[in-house]
Design a protein around this ligand. Structure first.
Ligand code: CU
Length: 128
């Protein structure tokens, strides 16, 4: 009697484990499509009068899909360019844009406003 119950429970657990496996596999596929790095980057004017995208440094691992929501809080359009990954966007005053790319090479690459080169630039660090 106990043995039969144990077998029945064992079977049920195996079914649950199998279902969990299937669910995990499905989730994994979905995760591959979702961005690995998802950040809001905000263009602000500091107290010192410096226009800057915050955060200045973005970190990712090689192969990561990076999605950045560029939010321009200033009253003038600004650019966001990462030449290494073909990103070049102009964000209108008090507007937002999204850029997405795959960080397919490791290294440290500059981020700049292509419209106003003197603006303080940032960098993206892609780990091997
Ligand atoms: Cu600018």
């Amino acid at each position: 009697m106990h043995r039969k119950q144990r077998i029945a429970i064992g079977g049920a657990l195996a079914s649950i484990a199998l279902a969990a496996c299937v669910a995990t596999a499905g989730h994994h596929e979905a995760a591959e499509k979702a961005p690995d790095v998802k950040l809001n980057v905000v263009n602000v004017l500091t107290a010192q009068g410096v226009k800057i995208w915050v955060p200045e440094s973005i970190f990712a691992k090689k192969g990561d899909v990076v999605e950045l929501r560029l939010i321009n809080k200033l009253d003038q359009e600004h650019g966001y360019k990462i030449a290494a990954f073909g990103v070049e966007k102009v964000v209108a005053a008090e507007a937002a844009e999204t850029v997405s790319f795959t960080a397919d090479k490791a290294g440290i690459f500059p981020i700049a406003c292509q419209l106003h080169p003197p603006h303080v630039a940032g960098q993206i660090v892609v780990l091997e």
